[in-house]
Design a protein around this ligand. Sequence first.
Ligand code: AMP
Length: 118
Amino acid sequence: MCLFCKIANKEISSNIELENEDFIAFHDINPIAPIHLLVIPKVHVENFQKASPKLMAKATSFIQELTIKMGLDSDGYRLLTNNGENGGQEVMHLHFHIVGGTRLKWVHLSDNNPKAAI
Ligand code: AMP
């Protein structure tokens, strides 16, 4: 069983902020901003590429509810998911990062020239 399945099953403890029958939101163990949450489906889905539109529709309302609860909805936040090797995904269970609580920078994420052809 993967790490985030164990968190979803409460076999590994986490700092849970919101939960419903399909999703759990908990605080990232290594935050990159004042607020850094992870939203995971309770079912094991490898990443966004494998996710169904039905699951994503449910994720949308869960994430919106979470950001309202955290007071992020009016000032804004960043929502991102790392997908696969080039995306930098480390835990192979779909998760959305919700980062906020401050004005976030927008930086180049690659060492390569962003304008160079792949
Ligand atoms: P990613 O690189 O997108 O796969 O992100 C994985 C994230 O999971 C990282 O931001 C880690 O800090 C976070 N993480 C790993 N283990 C835990 C854990 N036990 N509890 C909370 N967050 C975790």
